[in-house]
Design a protein around this ligand. Structure first.
Ligand code: MG
Length: 273
């Protein structure tokens, strides 16, 4: 059988490659462009498990499907305090203590650059249900994509991020205890779809100004368990090692304005005895 002839263009390339001089170090190919946003840090303090805070080498958790969550709006149980029902945002204040100024859009509260908001009421041990949605139109990558956060007691963050096919440091992806603990699974839904957190939170206890018992938290993301009675190492910080400072036994819930138009809806909370 005859062998196929190579096209002239391929022969020309082979000829050029065969006669081209070996590249000098100066003519080596340029390094690929750096990503627009960093995906981690190795110059940060070490966490108890030996990884740096926001360590890019920490393996991301496995991606899992979260079926049956497309139609959230889980109704509040009897005794729950409804913090946002799709219409009334009066439970929320801005950083200036005035009524929250996030936009009311299609039955949701949308971040609009007016700063983080917090509840008028303070809460201690609690069970929180909250639904959130990152922008349908994807802009940016890593931490610059649908970033917000649920701050328990205005201090302890369960990260909100578009973590659907968006690599970032694992302790900063959706449902991470930011900068402290990655979720066990990535149960993220695509951008533009509603997602939920169900959070059971126990406040830290202090005695004589010293930590007596750390805060701990159980989280389900879109119904999938991602933290099981996990400890917070302290109040959330960026690029630092979290630590505790004594504070009051109850404090407002805070939602973070990180500059991205993330939406929230159907927020309710149950005080635990
Ligand atoms: Mg955040």
């Amino acid at each position: 059988m005859r062998r196929a002839l190579l096209p002239a263009s391929v022969l020309a390339c082979l000829s050029a490659c065969a006669t081209a001089p070996a590249p000098s170090p100066r003519s080596a190919p340029a390094a690929p462009p750096a990503p627009a946003a960093p995906i981690g840090y190795t110059d940060t303090p070490l966490l108890p498990d030996g990884y740096h805070v926001h360590d890019p080498r920490r393996q991301p958790p496995p991606v899992v499907d979260a079926p049956g969550t497309a139609d959230l709006l889980v109704p509040p149980p009897p005794g729950a305090t409804v913090l946002f029902d799709g219409h009334d945002a009066s439970a929320w204040l801005g950083e200036d203590g005035q009524p929250a100024r996030w936009a009311l859009v299609d039955g949701a509260l949308e971040i609009n650059g007016t700063g983080s908001i917090h509840t008028r009421e303070a809460f201690g041990d609690c069970q929180l249900h909250i639904e959130w949605r990152t922008p349908e139109v994807v802009k940016g990558e890593s931490q610059e994509r649908g970033n917000s956060g649920v701050f328990l007691m205005s201090r302890y963050e369960v990260q909100v991020l578009d973590s659907y096919d968006n690599r970032t440091y694992a302790d900063g992806q959706a449902a991470a205890l930011y900068g402290q603990r990655a979720p066990r699974r990535n149960a993220s839904r695509p951008p533009g779809e509603w997602q939920s957190y169900d959070i059971t939170f126990h406040v830290p206890r202090f005695a004589d100004g010293l930590l007596a018992a750390p805060a701990h938290v159980t989280v389900r993301h879109n119904g999938i368990p991602v933290h099981d009675d996990e400890l917070f190492l302290g109040a959330t910080v960026h690029r630092q090692l979290a630590a505790y400072t004594a504070h009051e036994p109850e404090a407002p819930l805070m939602l973070q304005d990180h500059g991205d138009p993330v939406r929230y809806r159907n927020v309710w909370i149950v005080r635990l005895p």
